[in-house]
Design a protein around this ligand. Sequence first.
Ligand code: C6P
Length: 414
Amino acid sequence: MPPRRPPLTTADIARIRDDFPVLHVRRGGKDLVYLDNAATSQKPRLVIDTERHYYEAQNANVHRGMHYLSEIATNAYEEARKKVQRFINAPLTCEVIFTRGTTESINLVAQTFGRQNLHEGDEVLISAMEHHSNIVPWQMLCESCGAKLKVIPINERGELKMDEFEKLISPRTKIVSVVHVSNALGTINTVKEICAIAHKHGVPVLVDGAQAVPHLPIDVQDIGCDFYAFSGHKMCGPTGIGVLFGRAERLNLMPPFMGGGDMILSVTFEKTTYNGLPYKFEAGTPNIAGVIALGAAIDYLDGIGMDRIAAYEHDLTQYGTQVLQSIEGVKMIGTAREKAGALSFVMESAHAHDIGQLLSDQGVAIRAGHHCAQPVMQCFGVPATARASLAFYNTKEDLDALGAALRKVNEVFA
Ligand code: C6P
């Protein structure tokens, strides 16, 4: 075990902020305050430079050419796969499949595992706090095969009702698919417990880790999930690249997702045989630059330490909650006991979209809307929320600026 490193200090964060060019974009004579990290994180110079370096010095297709550049590109691409494997503690490198992002990863499982294993009357169990990416692919599957979607309810804090979860598992349940950290509420779900319960009933589990991987140390073996999906762009990597982790014994039994180059062993007009893992699920020329730059994002996060990031963000989340609660007329949406830094709220004085606009005018970037989680909004009886979402490069000063801007909202709409 490497020695534990000291907690991140204000000086560390100041140095870290200098790695992110965008954090120095000016709005109204000040650095922009970026609190929309759940939508996408900012990118450190290491990631930007790695992507540029690929195009300037390495650009070639992977797994195809015998020439110098292709060898370099292929090695860098496969090296990034090993980095992802280590980062989430996947048992095998071939269990890391590169996709376009969380959305594609979940669709892959729904369209391969789902089509193969679900029949009329079978059930998919999701939760009431899912992002549309973990609802719609299952609905599409259910429509095509006559299966049913069942939903684990949440309480008024925005926590899963775990006692109802087990009761919802039936002999017809073929998969449980739940979010690790809710993008709309910030709730951290007890995914390890969910996997243990589902497995007791012989049901596999997919975890949507889009909002967890950027903020918490992730160990897919400890969680015990069958599939784990996440996006590069929310964890300091580029857009258009993501990961599906799947246990090899499951992936090996699943049919391919898309057909094309690289996913085959041999093709004749009569019959095609498929490549092994992970290539069976990576048809066509992949996002090579994106994969290599995702590897750089992992190097960057590892350099800081995910345990230190989680601890720092935990304190920042508590501070941000206090700031919001100190503003007249603010109501938090999502008050789970275990929460990551997505702070959703509504205000008596203004609609979420007006809050978002007024904050933008004051140089504070948040997101307003349903956050692609409309059923969550329905649970809480609101059309939309304003959401400030944190990353490790945010500071208490950012949250003070949020507080000041919200007081201004109250003044304007008084
Ligand atoms: N949430 C947000 O502002 P993609 O678009 O595939 O990278 O990620 C989809 C996704 C899946 N699950 C969760 C929990 C998510 O939060 C997201 C993306 C963004 O909250 C954009 S809607």
